[in-house]
Design a protein around this ligand. Structure first.
Ligand code: NCD
Ligand code: ZN
Length: 438
């Protein structure tokens, strides 16, 4: 049996039983053994590294098809791999928007054989989306309750309550961008730049939309199938509490806030960067597990687009490559446990998306990343790989992975990319069902 092991990685393993020194044996894309001693065709010793399940980023905008001047599936999935992310779920605000079966098929075709990470695809819920027909087929939907980049707003609360109940009832999953359009339209913002942007899309509006989304989720009878994207403030956390839903926080709502006006349009994002107190509340909620998931909301725009005046500049910032590395620096500092980080960036998103187990145990897919917590560096745009070429996290401490194993084998080794041919696969729910719908 040991003879058939292709790759052995040896180091400090984070297993379901805790941290153990030992070896992981990999063959044909799966973990085949976890033992103190193992032999294989190739043996990598990584003394000083913790070896953990690679991350699943369930909220990315890879911009393919139609917006590939900002990023495309190949460039952005490569960037993801450099940051220890080997599976992503990509949002539907591409061109054309993924609102119909035809658009979904076109997108599947456009990204086939072009992703270095495994991927699932969201469909939008909006004008023209036939949820009864597609809920079974793709299983994964994004609901925008307020307008943001790409107009997929479902304005009326009753409609989105019904859509959500329908999809969750069919066994599908819904991620909600919860902001309140009425609150946005009503406000007379004050200040300028990031402060003004926060006031123009107020925390109370987010909290109101989160409360309604959680109520709709409970009405559906399947709150655990509804995920609230990018919770950003203390009020929204209160509205979310005890809902039984899933939710995420982004690295930018943990590490940046509206006082950082020097970011200018690079800090413009929806929901907006909030106050320092909100940021502290989000850290607490991630650390104690009230917010189960961390996702990047990786939303690249070009520097040219971001150079427009604040009001016209698009919202969104890149983050898929820096998410886990910056969180690892917090593990090193002691503000987050390694177990909570791995739960938040691998186990919980995988469970929500209906992927198999993400753990260091025999039978699990070989998606692993090794981190040397002594190697803390500062984030620098020149070292990153997204097509957009910038980061709002310049100078933040980070621990980038030493080794990343994912689709096709070793993706990154000591900062050098190892794959020439993308081998990521579609791993979304029930794609055969889509084929049968024909
Ligand atoms: C996202 C984008 O650019 O696609 N922007 C953002 O500010 N988060 C769109 C979105 O999901 O709001
Ligand atoms: Zn988003």
């Amino acid at each position: 049996m040991d003879g058939s092991v292709e790759l052995v990685i040896e180091g400090r393993l984070l297993t379901p039983k805790g941290l153990l020194d030992g070896c992981v044996g990999i063959a044909r894309g799966r973990i085949v053994a976890v033992k103190k001693l193992l032999e294989g065709d190739v043996h990598r010793e990584l003394p000083g590294c913790v070896i953990v399940p690679a991350a699943v980023d369930m909220h990315v905008h890879f911009r393919d098809p139609g917006l590939t001047h900002k990023g495309d599936f190949t460039t952005e999935s490569r960037a993801a791999a450099f940051g220890g992310v080997t599976t992503v779920a990509d949002m539907p605000n591409t061109k054309p928007p993924v609102l119909t079966e035809i658009a979904l098929r076109e997108k599947l075709e456009a990204v086939r054989d072009r992703s270095f990470t495994d991927y699932a695809l969201y469909m939008g819920m909006g004008r023209g989306s036939d949820v009864a027909r597609l809920g079974r087929a793709t299983g994964l939907f994004k609901l925008y309750t307020a307008s943001s980049t790409g107009d997929m707003l479902v304005g009326d609360t009753h409609t989105w309550t019904n859509l959500m109940a329908r999809v969750a009832g069919l066994g599908g999953r819904v991620a909600v961008h919860a902001e309140d359009q009425d609150a946005i339209d009503r406000t007379v913002p004050v200040g300028e730049g990031l402060h003004r942007h926060d006031c123009s899309r107020p925390a109370q509006g987010e909290a109101a939309a989160v409360a309604r989304a959680c109520l709709a989720a409970r009405t559906s009878g399947h709150p655990a199938r509804v995920h609230v994207a990018h919770l950003s403030c203390a009020q929204a956390l209160d509205a979310f509490a005890a809902s039984g839903c899933s939710a995420e926080v982004t690295p930018h709502h943990l590490l940046l806030d509206r006082r950082m006006e020097e970011l200018g349009t690079l800090g413009k994002v929806n929901p907006p960067l909030r106050t320092d107190a909100d940021r502290a509340a989000m850290w607490q909620a991630l650390a104690d597990g009230r917010v189960p998931v961390i996702s990047s909301d990786h939303a690249p725009h070009t520097l040219e687009e971001k150079a427009r005046p604040f009001a016209d500049a698009p919202s969104g910032m890149p983050g898929v490559e820096t998410m886990v590395p910056m969180a690892m620096a917090h593990v090193k500092r002691g503000t987050l446990t390694l177990e909570r980080l791995v739960d938040a960036c691998a186990a919980r998103p995988a469970a929500f998306l209906g992927l198999g187990p993400r753990a260091i145990e025999a039978g699990a897919p070989a998606h692993l990343a090794a981190y040397d917590l002594h190697q803390v560096v500062e984030v620098c745009a020149d070292d990153l790989h997204s097509k957009c070429g910038w980061t709002p996290f310049e100078g933040q401490p980070a621990v980038f992975p030493t080794l990343v194993v994912g689709p096709g084998g070793v993706l990154v080794d000591e900062g050098v990319f190892q794959q020439s041919r993308p081998q990521g696969r579609y791993v979304g729910l029930d794609i055969d069902g889509l084929a049968r719908l024909g």
